[in-house]
Design a protein. Structure first.
Length: 291
């Protein structure tokens, strides 16, 4: 029996570790390595790069597991990607890119430090052996071999932790009755995560589709002209609380003190990569919240 954690521990650990995963999606090294493996530049690199650990999955599976993307956007790039590069080649290219990104943003001396080695050990312990049932993105990553270099162990571990949480977050969104587009509309309305223009562009939703979701949420009493209503804010709070609860197992395994230690180290690394330009301007309303 794992010891329950104090409120907020899982959320703080997620905020500290997640940028070390998400940075790979915005780094030029990622597209360079994935196109060298055979993929086409642009969104194909994202969809194939993130889903490759699950194998040569269909656009329907990818849209289902990513949840808040327009399925029409996904279908423009998959399954074509798998005719250009194997999933194994895509996975290898992604980790080669992560290596270069971390060296560029953090530097060899930091990556060779005791703090990074300690964080890698803690994150690996937290991420290994979690129940994969109902968590396809976590399960795909969990089947991969572990890298050897400590900084890549850290990258792989925080990727596992991010997708474990994300898979649970989708369950919470479905439990709340929000579709993929309604999920991104309401999350954007909280003032965290993506700006509205970035959410529409990155997730592939047209103005008409976005406006239709807004009207449906207004009819449901969750949005008004000012943004989220009291009911909408309460719903988003319940979703985040449910997500935290479903994401608590890794941190309960480490316990509060070691979770706090990982949060401190990873938080410092995340602040460094943000300060050094890991994430573009005008995309996030606040700290990066998703991949």
């Amino acid at each position: 029996m794992l010891t329950p954690l104090p409120d907020g521990v899982a959320a703080r650990a997620h905020r500290a570790t997640e940028p070390l995963h998400a940075m790979v999606y915005f780094a030029p090294e990622t597209e360079a390595h994935l196109t060298a493996a055979g993929l086409r530049p642009g969104r194909m690199c994202y969809f194939a790069g993130r889903s490759a650990a699950m194998g040569a999955v269909s656009p329907g599976v990818t849209a289902a597991t990513f949840y808040n993307f327009n399925p029409e956007l996904v279908a423009r790039h998959l399954p074509r990607a798998w005719a250009l590069a194997t999933p194994a080649a895509v996975v290898a290219a992604r980790y080669a890119a992560a290596d270069e990104v971390m060296v560029r943003l953090l530097g060899p001396s930091v990556l060779g430090s005791g703090d990074v080695a300690e964080a890698a050990d803690l994150a690996r312990e937290a991420a290994v052996g979690l129940d994969p049932a109902g968590r396809p993105l976590y399960a795909g990553l969990a089947d991969l071999a572990w890298p050897e270099a400590p900084h890549l162990v850290l990258f792989h571990a925080v990727s596992l932790l991010r997708e474990h949480r994300g898979d649970g977050h989708i369950a919470a969104l479905q439990g709340a009755g929000l579709s993929g587009i309604e999920a991104i509309v309401t999350h954007t309305a909280t003032g965290r995560g993506f700006t509205e223009p970035a959410a529409k562009a990155l997730r592939g939703w047209s103005e008409e589709q976005w406006d239709g979701a807004v009207r449906a949420l207004q009819d449901a009493g969750l949005l008004d002209q000012q943004g989220l209503t009291a009911a909408g804010r309460e719903l988003r709070q319940r979703i985040e609380a449910a997500t935290d609860a479903m994401a608590s197992a890794p941190w309960a395994r480490l316990g509060p003190e070691r979770t706090q230690r990982l949060t401190e180290i990873a938080g410092g690394l995340s602040r460094t990569v943000k300060a050094r330009g890991a994430f573009p301007d005008n995309v996030f309303a606040a700290a990066p919240a998703a991949g």
